[in-house]
Ligand binder design. Structure first.
Ligand code: HEM
Ligand SMILES: *[C@@H]1O[C@H](CO)[C@@H](O)[C@H](O)[C@H]1NC(C)=O
Ligand SMILES: *[C@@H]1O[C@H](CO)[C@@H](O)[C@H](O)[C@H]1NC(C)=O
Length: 508
């Protein structure tokens, strides 16, 4: 998933780094890249002549519906659903894409018919780079979810505390931060990256460590190049021209692999199966087990590397974006911040910092985070899926190897589900007794659903909770005097808010 959830550069203006064009291109790339059907000659159990043809807008020659998409693709596709319903098709260049909307339709596809919708499209760009060993983009389902552990809790909490310290120092160094504010993005990026590094390599990096900064930078470069035009995916004729950017991307990936390989070799050298330190260790263990069992499907070193890179990329940009949105809403709606402060004071107090176990006891804070996921819907679509066999959905026939987009944004802004989807209102998730309404929270769609749902879901929710509560435990955040806060964004795989600054004051 490194290409999808890439990382911003560590330098300069982190927020603004993903220009709208880049992000739009990135998305379009994915859209476009998405599928190339492979012909199958086996007999179908479904007779497609018995089904209605899939509805959808009329495609133009060559470009298909591309020009009808505009730059806010999630809004265009959400709008098209009003006309064509929960299951419709669009064409982008030579690719047909089926777009799914509506909570129950998506559930029907990803959960009830999970197996049939669990494929990943065979992406030209990805396969040129990852060579089919990436777990995220390969058809193979990853072995298991990422559980939480005490060690993990320690790391997340320590990193959150470090972040608050860095923000305080940054403000103090500035002197006049009450007037001009500070940019919170850099401390956020560094802390979140460190959690992922600890997870993958069992090692944290100093905020100025060169190797660490290089890694973060390379990850970003890969995203940039990846985003910058893969016409080859759209118009197959471009595949026959040498692409300097693709070559550069492969070089970057090699450097990244070099970094990973060194780290993994170090792990293999010092591996002790009685003491599993991190994800790399558990993957090595997986290999050793299989070797003993004489299982032919060994996880190779290169698969370990790709898995680690996938997790590195996946657990990074998404969390940063979530925190950037959270901070923005906290300064935009100070009364909501007051209520989170109140809950922190009631349940945690000033004597200790927040822990994982506080989360279920703080329904308002949880409701706030759900509302951030819902309202921002900053991962508007899942990674594209692909049908693994001929399948029928809502009375329509979808052939094997069709690229499927899941419109999470639409579900989160469905008027039938939310009544006032365009109001930021955490209270919508609280029942009369102030407890979370689980029936409603489960309708917020941001981690996907079913077999391909986000592997880091549990960790991500805990990480978001700890970072937000640790920040608000010690600090009050406010808007900079005179700063206009813009809640809008541009379409992308992960959508970020426009840059903003905050002022901080100590609560005690
Ligand atoms: C708030 C933060 C996060 C959000 C919103 C998010 C969202 C998503 C989404 C939408 C998908 C695609 C699901 C699909 O295709 O149906 C995904 C996949 C994935 N996520 Fe996350 N994610 C987050 C954090 C994380 C973290 C922290 C990790 C790891 C530490 C992680 C690891 C993964 C992996 C490995 C996949 C690929 C699963 C597969 O292809 O089978 N994610 N995530
Ligand atoms: C899927 O359906 C198509 C008709 O669109 C048919 O030609 C094909 O043989 C079927 N394939 C399988 C694997 O059932
Ligand atoms: C991909 O990997 C296979 C072996 O798994 C190898 O034979 C092939 O040359 C690789 N392709 C590229 C483009 O690196």
């Amino acid at each position: 998933m490194r290409q999808t959830f890439g990382t911003p550069p560590i330098k300069e203006n982190l927020c603004a780094s993903l220009s709208s064009v880049t992000v739009a291109l990135c998305l379009i790339t994915l859209l476009l890249i998405a599928i190339r059907g492979r012909k199958s000659h086996r007999k179908s159990q479904l007779d497609h002549t018995k089904y209605l043809p899939l509805p959808g807008p009329t495609p133009w020659p060559l470009v298909g519906n591309l020009l009808q998409m505009g730059d806010q693709i999630h809004l265009s596709l959400t709008h098209l659903r009003l006309q064509y319903g929960d299951v419709f098709k669009i064409r982008l260049g030579s690719l047909t894409i089926v777009v799914l909307s509506g909570y129950s339709t998506i559930r029907q596809a990803l959960v009830r018919q999970g197996e049939a919708f669990a494929g990943r499209p065979d992406l030209f760009t990805f396969s040129a780079v990852a060579n089919g060993t990436s777990m995220t983009f390969s058809e193979k389902l990853s072995p298991e979810g990422l559980g939480s552990s005490c060690l993990l809790e320690e790391q997340v909490c320590a990193e959150a505390a470090e972040m608050v310290k860095v923000i305080r120092e940054q403000a103090a160094a500035k002197g006049d931060q009450e007037k001009t504010g500070i940019d919170p993005v850099r401390p956020l990026v560094t802390s979140v990256a460190n959690v992922v590094c600890a997870l993958c390599f069992g090692k944290r990096y100093d905020y100025n460590d060169k190797e660490f900064l290089t890694m973060v930078h390379i990850n970003n470069e890969v995203l940039r190049i990846f985003a910058a035009g893969n016409l080859a995916d759209f118009f197959p004729v471009f595949r026959y021209f040498p692409s300097p950017s693709l070559r550069k991307m492969v070089q970057h990936i090699r450097r990244m692999n070099g970094f990973m390989e060194r780290s993994i070799e170090e792990h293999i050298h010092t591996f002790d199966n009685k003491y599993i330190r991190d994800i790399t260790d558990s993957l090595i263990e997986l290999c050793e087990d299989r070797e003993e069992n004489k299982d032919s499907s060994l996880l190779s070193n290169s698969q370990i590397i790709h898995t680690v890179i996938d997790i590195f990329g996946a657990g990074f940009d998404t969390i940063i974006a979530g925190l950037q949105w959270s901070l923005l809403y906290l300064i935009k709606f100070p009364d909501i911040q007051d209520r989170v402060h109140q809950e922190i004071d009631n349940h945690i107090g000033t004597a200790r910092l927040p822990r994982f176990s506080d989360k279920p006891k703080m329904p308002f804070t949880e409701a706030f985070i759900y509302e951030v996921y819902r309202y921002a819907s900053y991962v508007p679509f899942t990674i594209p899926h692909c049908t693994t066999r001929n399948v029928s959905l809502n009375g329509y026939f979808i052939p094997k190897d069709t690229c499927v987009f899941i419109n999470q944004y639409q579900v989160n802004h469905d008027v039938d589900l939310w009544a006032d989807p365009d109001t930021f209102r955490p209270d919508r998730f609280l029942g009369p007794s102030g407890l979370l309404n689980k029936e409603l929270t489960e309708k917020v769609l941001i981690f996907g659903m079913g077999k391909r749902r986000c592997l880091g879901d549990g960790l991500a929710r805990l990480e978001m909770f700890i970072f937000i509560t640790t920040l608000l435990h010690g600090l009050r955040l406010e808007n900079v005097p005179g700063q206009e806060l813009d809640l809008s964004t541009d379409f992308g795989l992960t959508m970020k808010p426009r840059p903003y600054r905050i002022t901080i004051s100590s609560r005690f």
